[in-house]
Design a protein around this ligand. Structure first.
Ligand code: FES
Ligand code: FE2
Length: 346
């Protein structure tokens, strides 16, 4: 079981809407400080948020002429991380600024998210697990809702907490959702997908009130892919609703949870404030659980993964271990998930 951070994968860096033009913005990812900025043409760049001269974070600086200017001595860096100017140099002083480089990271912007590739410098990005896309929507779609929250735990506990099918009646107890009084036996089909697995399309349980407001006969499909993205796609006739959850490891004890919702159901927009409140409350309940869990994990207890409710958690660890070993051992990726049916009560 690999419990470190996966490298050579795409992580959500920052939602597109949070990155203004010409404004350097810092985010910590896998314990690394990264600065993002969007130039006047809309192009996003990401680099290590530390000036190679004297170590001040570049994110304290300005963006001038599509370049980051260090706030300390004004060295400028372009989007590739190359130093283009050292203002203190006299014309006859020989030092080529272009030889000075800050580490830059590949970025990709799509469907309202800016992704960053955190990995080895020479790694072929095209070989990494693909960024999950919402097939019903174009690349320039904007999320109807975005909510970002920090979970004070290691990414593994955040992932497992969010995919766990058995905590609903206990953690998400509330009048508009569920309680343990309405527990039913569930039976769901699962299938492997590229670098992940999927709860195959089905009609959601009758005891989930949240689906009822959609009307019609909704069907849902839930896909988890490495490193840590869960996408639920609900279809109601020709209409679509996506709940998109992407996790970013900040450091050993913090995980950023980016929760987005996308839909093309016009009347649902009237309920936007309610859906926003619902996501906040729902994720808040998960955050509360993992926060309390830390009080126990401090003692480094041994933990259990049981059938079938924890099978998805086992798959998550197996996928992670396999991806890690496949990169380390430079061998083929052997998919650890087989098509199967899981049963649990919730
Ligand atoms: S510390 Fe950045 S230019 Fe000197
Ligand atoms: Fe939950």
């Amino acid at each position: 079981m690999y419990s470190g951070f996966l490298k050579n994968v795409w992580y959500v860096g920052i939602p597109s809407a949070e990155l203004a033009v010409n404004k350097a913005t810092a985010r910590k990812i896998l314990g690394e400080p990264i600065v993002f900025y969007r130039d006047s043409k809309g192009k996003v760049s990401a680099m290590r948020d530390i000036c190679p001269h004297r170590g001040i974070p570049l994110s304290y600086g300005r963006v001038v002429n599509d370049q980051i200017e260090c706030p300390y001595h004004g060295w400028k860096f372009d989007g590739t991380g190359m130093c283009t100017e050292i203002p203190s140099l006299c014309p006859d002083q020989e030092l080529n600024p272009n030889k000075i480089k800050v580490r830059s990271y590949p970025v990709h912007e799509a469907q309202g998210l800016i992704w960053v590739f955190v990995g080895d410098k020479d790694y072929d990005v095209s070989k990494a697990p693909a960024i999950p896309v919402m097939k019903a929507f174009p690349a320039d779609v904007k999320p109807n809702l975005t909510y970002v929250v920090n979970f004070p735990c290691h990414v593994d506990h955040a992932v497992i907490g969010l995919m766990d099918p058995a905590h609903g009646p206990y953690v998400h107890k509330s009048w508009f959702w569920r309680s343990e009084k309405t527990m039913l036996e569930k039976k769901k089909k699962f299938a492997p997908v590229n670098y992940g697995f999927q709860m195959v399309r089905h009609q959601p349980s009758k005891n989930s009130k949240a689906y009822k407001i959609l009307g019609g006969t909704p069907t849902t499909e839930i896909t988890f892919t490495l490193p840590c993205v869960r996408v639920e796609h609900i279809e109601v006739g020709p209409r679509n609703f996506y709940s998109y959850t992407a996790l970013t490891p900040v450091d050993e004890n913090n995980t950023r949870v980016t929760q987005l919702a996308y839909w093309d159901i016009p009347w649902l927009t009237l309920l936007k404030p309610a859906i926003h409140q619902f996501s906040k409350k729902f994720l808040g309940q998960d955050m509360d659980a993992v926060t309390k869990q830390q009080d126990g994990l401090r003692y480094d207890p041994s933990l259990m993964l049981i059938k079938d409710a924890d099978t998805q958690a086992k798959w998550y660890y197996a996928l992670k271990t396999e991806y890690h070993d496949h990169l380390e051992g430079k061998r083929e990726f052997n998919h650890p998930v087989k098509e199967t049916e899981l049963r649990w009560r919730s």
